[in-house]
Ligand binder design. Sequence first.
Ligand code: FAD
Length: 296
Amino acid sequence: MKPAPFTLHRPRTLAAALELLAELGPDAKVLAGGQSLVPVLNMRLAAPAHLVDITALPDLDRVESSGAGVTVGALATHRAVEHDAGAHEHQPLLRQALTHVAHPAIRNRGTVVGSLAHADPNGEMPMILALTEGHVRAVSSRGEREIPAAELFVGPLETCLEPDEILVSATFGAARAGARTGFDELARRSGDYALAGVGMVLATDGDGAAETITGLSAGFVSVTDLPERLVLDEHVAGTPTAEAREVAEAVAAAVREHIDPIDDIHATADYRRHLAGVIARRTFTRLARTNDRPRI
Ligand code: FAD
């Protein structure tokens, strides 16, 4: 199918883009990589009268990393972030999850920030923002605001953004010293949206045989309506990493009990609950066994 007719605007400055959005109101949509919006237009699930293409705006493709977090500009593609050594060093979950986002061709054009604005519960990036307790920066002609992940996502495919706002960047929290991170997902075919995915952060203290688990948090993809950070400390804290297997089933049971999975044509809620428990148990035991940092 082809999209309904629209007027394409391609401003060259952020100020001009914001002015356009303020003037056009809810009849306009921001266009970034187009990897979600264009299919939506082609299927006529949306028919905005105006598209404001932000790809000509300067300085929005930066990726900046430090101990405070990884800040990704609105035009940084999935692939740019996946291959950014600083981003990987400071928050390995980004690369670990991004290799599961669609196919390289889509990652070459789609943006991380666009994924957040799209707010798809099947998308990896909203969950990683929530799990790392990150935030986004939104600007409009009325001003600027910082929105924590916990407030950004208000429903499936729905954020708290106003129609005149542009997300200029997202900041993912940095991994803490001693934390191990892992990501896993189950999909019918490589590159498909997940049936269930998990991101995990395992905190430890001490070395060798004396190493102990101090905390565990997890987030899920394609399982819950809203991305969230599930804290599982009470099931694991104080357990020596060498004995992690003994509490792994408690972790899986806590996950199954806590989540309220979505039911759709791809999988039933019960099946997703089962899968979420399986990948949570597997990822936890793998992280306890090894520092799951892929090589740069
Ligand atoms: P666009 O498509 O341009 O925009 C998406 C939405 O966000 C629109 O509503 C737009 O108005 C809004 N938007 C974009 N940028 C901004 C901004 N800076 N400020 C305000 N609003 C903005 N994604 C996954 O996470 N996992 C997958 O496995 C996956 N598989 C895919 C498979 C296929 C075949 C395809 C076509 C896509 C897949 N995607 C997947 C989606 C892909 O990741 C998209 O690139 C991403 O979701 C959106 O980024 P974009 O830059 O393309 O945004």
